[in-house]
Design a binder for this molecule. Structure first.
Ligand SMILES: C=C1C[C@]23C[C@@]1(O)CC[C@H]2[C@@]12CCC[C@@](C)(C(=O)O1)[C@H]2[C@@H]3C(=O)O
Ligand code: AKG
Ligand code: FE2
Length: 358
């Protein structure tokens, strides 16, 4: 039985003191430990936001006959796009937002009953990447892998079953959507299901697994000096993000710097992750992104982080490799990659890159 996502950090503990999680609502001033400068993150002040050009990631209508090419283009250029007509019921998105708001609205002591352990993936706490920075992030998170039943029972002794149903239904919808998006993007490169051995053998989608990351960015007294979630790429094949109607997500463009992704009601944001970059032999770009915070409105987001089961080795699709286009990366499982990322963070991708003999 391959290791599941739940076990990925067993033997790789990360010490993040959740018990020091502040009650954000009581802070009238930003504590020094939350004040970021370019020393704390080289790209902190990389560019004006929003950019003067008004350029942004595309909003793609999935019902459009040319959707595959539009998605392919977005994956090659931005590494991100928004989608409309994705088929996920609006009522389900509203239920998910309600659940997320209700979870983070619980008293800190209740949330800490479901705190993530040092070697665990699931539960309440700060994002794992916090360990790579000297400054604290103005956010709190809750990660779900597998069944949320045990954690939800601790959070909501009465209502946990209703909330479990919402998560289960949302994950079901996300699984189907993520697979559809992956094949549309690959189709734009001339790659079909027969070309990807591990996926074609398992057309029932059992080759995939996922985590759900709920994020809360409370109202912040000094948003320009604070950071909600520091710049990172996701380790996934694809990430599908729901954001409430408060801006904060930014994607990095080499030409424009940080570009704010405007919330479009009912739409979802899709990010290319590191494993899709590897699979596409570097053609699709895993997008550097971060979340900024806001003085007036709290922000909520939910990321569906989607990748292959832990026994599947991801390497560049053979069809995209030739004597001229050599494979840029060696093969890696999601588990191996997450562990590399847990140690080397944003250098993880370069650590599995093949270096040509000169
Ligand atoms: C499957 C996973 C991807 C993730 C690490 C995790 O084990 C569960 C949480 C995910 C998340 C969400 C916030 C940003 C991120 C970089 C992090 O620290 O935790 C991602 C991780 C990732 O994509 O590498
Ligand atoms: O909150 C956001 O917009 C970004 C969240 C994110 O990047 C993540 O959960 O991986
Ligand atoms: Fe992310």
């Amino acid at each position: 039985m391959p290791a599941m996502l739940t076990d990925v950090f067993r033997g790789h503990p990360i010490h993040l003191p959740h018990s020091h999680q502040p009650d954000f609502t009581s802070l009238r001033e930003l504590p020094d430990s939350y004040k970021w400068t370019p020393k704390d993150d080289l790209l902190f002040a990389a560019a004006p936001s929003p950019p003067a050009t008004g350029e942004n990631i595309p909003l793609i209508d999935l019902d459009h006959p040319d959707a595959a090419n539009q998605i392919g283009h977005a994956c090659r250029t931005w590494g991100a796009f928004q989608i409309a007509n994705h088929g996920v019921p609006l009522g389900l998105l509203q239920d998910l937002e309600f659940l997320t708001g209700s979870l983070f609205g619980l008293p800190v002591q209740r949330k800490l009953k479901a705190a993530r352990s040092e070697t665990g993936v699931s539960g309440y706490g700060v994002a794992r990447i916090a360990s790579f920075f000297n400054k604290k992030m103005w956010s709190e998170g809750f990660t779900i892998t597998g069944s949320p039943l045990n954690d939800f029972r601790k959070l909501w002794p009465q209502l946990h079953l209703n909330y479990c149903d919402i998560v289960e239904e949302y994950e079901e919808q996300m699984k189907k959507l993520a697979s559809k998006l992956m094949w549309l993007a690959l189709k734009s490169l001339g790659v079909s299901e027969e070309d990807v051995e591990w996926a074609s053998l398992n057309s029932d989608l059992n080759w995939a697994q996922a985590a759900l990351q709920l994020n809360h960015y409370p109202v912040c007294p000094e948003p320009d000096r604070a950071m909600g979630l520091a710049a990172h790429t996701d380790s996934t094949l694809l990430t599908i993000l729901y954001q409430n109607n408060t801006a904060g997500l930014q994607v990095f463009s080499d030409d424009l710097g940080w570009v704010t992704v405007p919330p479009v009601p009912g739409s979802l944001v899709v990010n290319v992750g590191d494993l899709f970059h590897i699979l596409s032999n570097g053609l699709f770009k895993s997008v550097l992104h971060r979340a900024r915070v806001n003085q007036n409105r709290a922000r909520l987001s939910v990321a569906f982080l989607w990748g292959p089961q832990s026994d599947i080795k991801i390497s560049p699709v053979p069809k995209l490799v030739s004597p001229v286009e050599l494979p840029l990366y060696r093969s890696v499982t999601w588990t191996e990659y997450l562990r590399t990322k847990a140690t080397h963070f944003n250098k993880a991708l370069s650590m599995i890159r093949n270096h040509r003999e000169e």
